[in-house]
Design a protein around this ligand. Structure first.
Ligand SMILES: Nc1nc2c(ncn2[C@@H]2O[C@H](COP(=O)(O)OP(=O)(O)OP(=O)(O)O)[C@@H](O)[C@H]2O)c(=O)[nH]1
Ligand SMILES: Nc1nc2c(ncn2[C@@H]2O[C@H](COP(=O)(O)OP(=O)(O)OP(=O)(O)O)[C@@H](O)[C@H]2O)c(=O)[nH]1
Ligand SMILES: [Mg+2]
Ligand SMILES: [Mg+2]
Lengths: 293, 278
């Protein structure tokens, strides 16, 4: 474990009340590897290590703690701080409906998460409408219909002859007025941030719907590119919040630290399973221990 | 020209970080750079650009033996089982591979053995309609092993060349789901021991170091014969395949470069290595 590795470094230099420079540099080397193994972006790791180095040198070894534990405690607290010391929640519009737009790379979990959000709000007795506007993926519309059925939430699907998500807008608007829906969740196709045409479509959708929450759905096992992808979605569309999925696996989730560190966007929820009730709040300290290992 | 650059620690650090940025992983990146240093020390006058050395090293890790579906004489049906975690592109890859085989004059049947996820069977049925390829399926919640078995039996009965079986995505840490995969494979293997049978793990190029855990657990559940790397049309370069190939000695058969029928290319280790390093 990381504590054991840190302790071994400190044992080489015994009887000190302060954390010395040589020990700090050696532990930071171990820390760097651990964070990279956890998929934290290399530039984020370099910044993190540089920032924490100053704090560690000359730090007093905590009462009842070893040198290694002192360093680990400092690192842990800094990671928790970056991840966000308080839990972020979804913002509701002062005047309904609250429009939520799902976006992200192919296969990240948008459709499943849209259904989970619908379930979450339905549990809170909100009138929810799901909108199926993925015209690309085979059986995408059907997938959301099946999930909507499971959740007990109506799903608006494209009318006959409608071929683009933008062309659903009037229908969606009419439907949320008639149905007096308080929450409208729009599922979109997975897309690459570098796909000009698809990003243009997403921009059109954002301009049409003006969502209260444009949510980026990211797979927790994403590697080094996570922060670049997220930055591009933020730059082109604007990200109000992030949802990380598939945290029920053993992915360390370093992408979470990268995105918090660089974009500073709130993590609204985490997905922890395939079933519709597997949406949990984001707990910074739990994610911190997972990333640090 | 990198050959002329002075060899400082910063020089090697830069190469290491370039590799790390493509998801090669810190241990593998550091190992490759150590190998580079050793090789450079042994050369009196290194004639090779250090990046070329790294490229060639990376390319060398990928086995080049041909897949069972290329063996002559061709025993029918060659069966290929597709496995992997959720959302990586298994179903889409099955569709693309069906197109690949049809384009080469082979007959194909698909097996919709994802009997769990919403509209999973329908997704594969639509692929079958798009490509005019039969799809074997049962009702929702049916035993995936039974569907897999039925698919191969149908291929045998109709003298079809290739049977491609799609399975549900599953995280490698879910013991019961890994056991289910073990059962699916075991059933087909036991009942039809003489048919050529491949199992390909589908990996998303955007994946980070969790790939190692995926291979470890999937390999324990059933014998993998190859890998497929999807979504290489994005900005990720699939560097995780380097450690996987090195450790598990599994070939990458194809790479996915988009969402259409034709967006499947045979894997070229040299092109892959070059794209990683440049
Ligand atoms: N284990 C687990 N699986 C998940 C989670 N969220 C989604 N999935 C699964 O991930 C796969 C992809 O989910 P989808 O909802 O289809 O992803 P998507 O982003 O809508 O995909 P595209 O529309 O094709 O871009 C499915 O198998 C889901 O069941 C999660 O939190 N945990
Ligand atoms: N850009 C791109 N998208 C891909 C590629 N391969 C698959 N996809 C997309 O990734 C998403 C998920 O693909 P699926 O085939 O449904 O993935 P899966 O592994 O079968 O998912 P589950 O069955 O839910 O585990 C879809 O939107 C596909 O169109 C690829 O090579 N490039
Ligand atoms: Mg979807
Ligand atoms: Mg599938």
């Amino acid at each position: 474990s990381l504590t054991e590795r840190f302790d071994r470094i400190f044992r080489k230099i015994t009887g000190r009340g302060l954390v010395g420079e040589a020990q700090v540099d050696e532990t930071l080397r171990e820390m760097r590897v651990a964070l990279l193994e956890a998929d934290v972006n290399i530039d984020v790791v370099k910044t993190f290590v540089a920032n924490i180095r100053g704090r560690l040198i000359g730090a007093e070894i905590g009462v009842g703690l070893t040198g290694g534990q002192t360093v680990l405690k400092e690192v842990f607290q800094e990671v928790v701080h970056i991840l966000g010391d308080q839990r972020a929640s979804l913002q509701l519009s002062p005047k309904p409906p609250t429009l939520i737009m799902m976006m992200g790379l192919q296969g990240s979990g948008k459709t499943t998460t849209a259904a989970k959000l619908a379930f979450h709000f339905r549990q809170a007795n909100r009138r929810v409408l799901l909108v199926a506007s993925d015209f690309v993926r085979l059986a995408a519309i059907e997938q959301l219909e099946v999930l909507g059925n499971q959740v007990g939430v109506p799903v608006l699907t494209p009318k006959e002859g409608v071929q683009r998500p933008q062309d659903m807008y009037q229908d969606v608007r009419r439907r949320w007025i008639e149905g007096m829906h308080e929450i409208v969740i729009i599922d979109t196709s997975g897309r690459l941030a570098i796909d000009q045409e698809m990003m243009e479509e997403l921009k059109n959708l954002r301009d049409l719907y003006k969502p209260k929450e444009a949510l980026l759905v990211l797979d927790a096992m994403t590697g080094q590119e996570a922060v670049n992808v997220a930055s591009e979605f933020d730059r082109q569309i604007g990200v109000d919040g992030v949802i990380f999925t598939k945290l029920d696996g053993d992915a360390r989730g370093g992408a979470i630290l990268s995105i918090r560190s660089v974009l500073g966007k709130p993590i609204k929820f985490v997905g922890t399973g395939e079933k519709i009730d597997r949406l949990e709040p984001f707990y910074p300290d739990r994610i911190a221990s997972r990333i640090i290992g | 020209n990198l050959l002329k650059k002075p060899r400082s620690p910063a020089f090697y650090e830069e190469i290491e970080e370039l590799l790390i940025a493509t998801d090669v992983g810190p241990a593998q990146a550091s190992l490759l750079v150590r190998e580079l240093k050793t090789w450079e020390e042994q050369q009196n006058d290194p004639k090779k650009d250090p990046l070329v050395f790294i490229e060639e090293r990376i390319a060398s890790f990928f086995p080049l033996d041909p897949p069972l579906w290329e063996e002559k004489p061709h025993i029918s049906p060659v069966t290929v089982l597709f496995v992997g975690v959720n959302g990586v592109g298994k179903t889409t890859t099955v569709g693309k591979m069906a197109h690949y085989f049809k384009a080469r004059g082979k007959s194909v049947v698909l097996g919709a053995a994802d009997t769990f996820r919403a509209a999973a069977v329908q997704q594969l049925i639509l692929w079958g309609e798009r490509l005019d390829v039969p799809v074997i399926r049962q009702k929702e919640g049916a035993d995936p092993g039974a569907v897999a078995f039925d698919t191969v039996k149908a291929a045998l009965a109709r003298k079809i060349d290739v049977a491609l079986i799609d399975t549900a995505g599953r995280l490698q840490t879910k013991h019961n789901l890994m056991a289910e995969l073990h059962k699916i494979h075991g059933l087909v293997k036991r009942e039809l021991p003489d048919i050529p049978f491949e199992t390909l793990i589908v990996l998303d190029s955007t994946l980070g170091q969790n790939a190692m855990s995926q291979l470890e657990h999937f390999q324990k559940a059933l014998p993998l014969t190859g890998m497929i790397l999807t979504k290489l049309d994005g900005t990720s370069r699939g560097g995780i395949a380097v450690s996987l190939a090195r450790k598990y000695r599994l070939p990458v058969r194809f790479v996915g470069v988009g969402e259409g029928n034709d967006d499947l290319l045979p894997f070229d280790p040299v092109l892959y290595a070059r794209a990683l390093v440049r």
